[in-house]
Design a protein around this ligand. Structure first.
Ligand code: KIV
Length: 269
């Protein structure tokens, strides 16, 4: 398969908003310079997701990620992928009220080259989003299944199963749009509900586990490359059998070391 790079254009907020009804947006997570560089001229948006707390740090959920960790990883991503539109995911507890949110988002802008931040929450957090956007912070919303609510909700639950919940999700999206967010991640929502939400607002929606009718898609890089072996959520597609390839390569390396075929004459000084 050929990778067409010459249609790459560096994204900005105007282009992202204009993509609505014109082109599907591709967002992927990255946590380090190495992978960010591989993704930068292909994906439209790189998200330094707090999912790194699970797939990078091995924790059971995202809740213990800190702002310092997010800033560290975002700096690595921005260094590796200078042309990318990078979004930093604000970790749990860093936007509990308007003042904390602005203080922490300002720190992100001062200490990284992130173009925007992402925060989880709907109507209940619209005042926070509004305070941020009025103070020149670009915000990506995140509604539906919100991983930072996993303990208070008692698990990860697909949203939009009742009419009441559907109506709430639509209100959430409208409130976040009105508050000034320039796009919204919709996670773990029934696909026909995600479609209705996408049709109810004028900014792009980026889905994960939300069907094909959102304005774009996002996947966690280690999930889509098949590196995360514990389980495969229904919405993940494996584009690579990464875990098998990595393990086979390391096993081959070990074999070569043990049978003394590595290093060869060509590989020594
Ligand atoms: O943390 C993350 O990677 C995310 C995406 C799943 C949207 O929030």
């Amino acid at each position: 398969m050929s990778i067409i790079k010459n249609d790459f254009e560096k994204m900005n907020i105007t282009k992202i908003k204009k993509a609505k009804n014109n082109k599907k947006l591709t967002m992927i997570t990255a946590y380090d310079a190495l992978f960010a560089k591989l993704f930068e001229e292909i994906a439209d948006i790189i998200l330094v997701g707090d999912s790194l707390n699970m797939s990078f740090a091995g924790k059971p959920d995202t809740l213990s990620a800190t702002l310092e960790q997010m800033i560290y990883h975002t700096n690595a991503v921005c260094t590796g992928a200078k042309k990318a539109f990078v979004v930093l995911d604000m970790p749990f507890g860093t936007y509990i009220n308007k003042d904390e949110a602005l203080k922490n988002a300002t720190k992100v802008y001062q200490e990284t080259n992130a173009a925007a931040i992402k925060i989880e929450g709907g109507e209940d957090r619209a005042d926070i989003v509004s305070h941020l956007t009025k103070n020149s912070i670009a915000v990506v919303g995140h509604i539906g299944l919100m991983p930072q609510y996993v303990r208070s909700e008692g698990g990860y639950k697909v949203r939009g199963k009742t009419n009441e919940d559907k109506e709430q999700l639509i209100r959430d999206a409208i409130a976040i749009e009105k508050a000034g967010a320039f796009c919204i991640v919709i996670e773990g929502v029934l696909s026909d509900v995600a479609k209705e939400i996408s049709e109810a607002i004028f900014i792009p929606t980026i889905g994960i586990g939300a069907g094909k009718d959102t304005d774009g898609q996002v996947l966690v890089w280690s999930d889509m490359l098949g590196l995360f072996e514990e389980f495969k959520p229904k919405f993940v597609r494996h584009y690579l059998d990464g875990a098998t390839l990595v393990k086979e390569s390391v096993a081959k390396y070990k074999e070569d070391v043990q049978n003394k075929s590595f290093p060869s004459k060509d590989e020594e000084y």
